[in-house]
Design a binder for this molecule. Structure first.
Ligand SMILES: Cc1cc2nc3c(=O)[nH]c(=O)nc-3n(C[C@H](O)[C@H](O)[C@H](O)COP(=O)(O)OP(=O)(O)OC[C@H]3O[C@@H](n4cnc5c(N)ncnc54)[C@H](O)[C@@H]3O)c2cc1C
Length: 387
């Protein structure tokens, strides 16, 4: 199915499609069954420079915009892959890029761009506070030239395939700050040094093949020079980076959605029941057509969020709305795809059930649908704050 004859990003799409052609459905199916990591696929993306899209050229990246980056993520998912295995490598470095010192940028960014170092993990969520991030209990207390970390994180992705992690911890107690969003700081944690020396990792088996972990910090010491930006400003720094993350996750959902539409359209043309292709029935056509329409609309909102981001304009509303629209549209497409595959939708070899599980995640993470609705209600529509 061709979308736009004049798509300005067709070159990127073609290149990603070519790369993905070396990783057929059997590859991802096997990795999923084994709960393995798509090492060869991630290496191929890294070597081709795609994961360094957002790193400026002066630090060894390709210096592309968020729009191009979103097309890369979209195409990976559209071609049957799962960007969730490596999307952190693309956007976690944004915090370092925007708020790190020149010395930190020179030390880390070129090595992240080359793939020598993986910055795939970001530790924010905690078991007892959930989405109420300003109440996090993990603390970082300065002692001379070090910070001592104590606390716990949950659902932290890709620790097993990362060298570095961005960590959010409270440096000033909540009771002592003027605003609850102050007093938190972000640190770069060298995982090799940390694990077994104050940090322990407990994997959380889950519904998708997405490495997630519980992390425990017991007097983990990290060098004070690993603080990123100013102490106390970490929550605002993290928020800055979330708009890019939301737009990229939206793009992944759009890619998933298009994969589902391609898959179900092909199947509905072929599968003959009652003497005709099931796709000849309007009861089958309409849910697929509706999901396609919603995906196209979500894609436009994604481009708008990226356009604003790339021209350094506020894009919080658009990035959040794009994430919600895209996650809903891809879930709608997933449901139609599974439904019209009948029993075969449940068979592993059709890949529908795998993609179905994978795209379901984006109703909950990295931000749940309800939290986006509440953001829109309060910050865009001016309704009273509910929490
Ligand atoms: C596979 C996976 C990977 C993840 N990776 C990472 C990671 O790498 N780093 C990281 O920091 N986190 C990660 N997370 C955590 C993820 O960001 C959170 O799960 C998500 O933000 C929701 O937080 P929670 O699970 O604590 O839900 P809660 O905050 O406990 O909320 C539970 C439900 O209640 C709803 N809810 C809560 N409050 C309200 C309200 N006031 N009004 C209406 N509804 C409300 C929420 O929308 C949600 O549906 C990951 C999660 C998963 C599942």
């Amino acid at each position: 199915m061709s979308h736009h004859a004049t798509d300005p990003y067709q070159d990127i799409r073609d290149a990603i499609r070519d790369l993905c052609a070396s990783f057929p459905p059997e590859y991802f199916r096997k990795i999923d069954e084994e709960r393995g990591y798509p090492e060869a696929f991630v290496n191929a993306l890294t070597e081709a420079g795609w994961l360094a899209a957002l790193i400026p050229q002066e630090y060894g990246g390709s210096g592309l915009g968020l729009t191009e980056a979103s097309v890369i993520m979209e195409e990976i998912n559209r071609n049957g892959g799962n960007s969730g295995a490596c999307h952190g490598q693309m956007y976690n470095m944004g915090t370092l890029l925007r708020h790190g010192s020149e010395a930190q940028k020179r030390t880390y960014l070129p090595r992240i761009a080359s793939g020598e170092l993986r910055l795939q993990s970001m530790g924010v969520t905690e078991p007892t506070t959930g989405t109420d991030t300003t109440r996090i209990k993990t603390t970082a207390i300065r002692k001379g030239d070090r910070y001592v970390i104590n606390g716990q994180k949950v659902w932290i992705s890709r620790i097993q395939h990362s060298d570095l992690m961005i960590l959010l911890a409270r440096t000033t107690p909540l009771e002592e700050v003027k605003s609850k969003s102050l007093g938190m700081s972000i640190f770069l944690v060298d995982l090799l040094q940390a694990i077994g020396h104050g940090m322990t990792v407990q994997p959380i088996p889950n519904m998708v093949n997405h490495e997630t972990n519980e992390l425990f910090f017991d007097n983990l010491e990290i060098p004070a020079e690993n603080l990123i930006g100013e102490e106390g400003m970490g929550f605002r720094y993290i928020l800055d980076g979330l708009n890019a993350e939301r737009a990229l996750i939206a793009a992944e959902c759009i890619g998933d959605g298009r994969w589902f539409i391609d898959k179900v359209t092909a199947y509905a043309k072929e599968r003959v029941v009652f003497g005709r292709p099931i796709g000849q029935n309007q009861g089958v056509q309409f849910p697929i057509a509706r999901a396609h329409i919603n995906l196209e609309a979500a894609s436009l909102m994604r481009y708008e969020a990226c356009r604003l981001f790339d021209s350094h304009q506020p894009c919080g509303s658009q990035a959040n709305m794009a994430k919600l629209l895209a996650a809903d549209a891809s879930w709608e497409a997933a449901n139609a795809c599974l439904q019209f595959h009948g029993g075969f939708g449940f068979a592993t070899e059709y890949d529908v059930e795998r993609k179905f599980r994978e795209t379901r995640l984006y109703q909950v993470a990295p931000i749940s649908t309800n939290l986006i609705l509440s953001y829109v209600a309060e910050h865009i529509l001016g309704l009273p704050r509910s929490f």
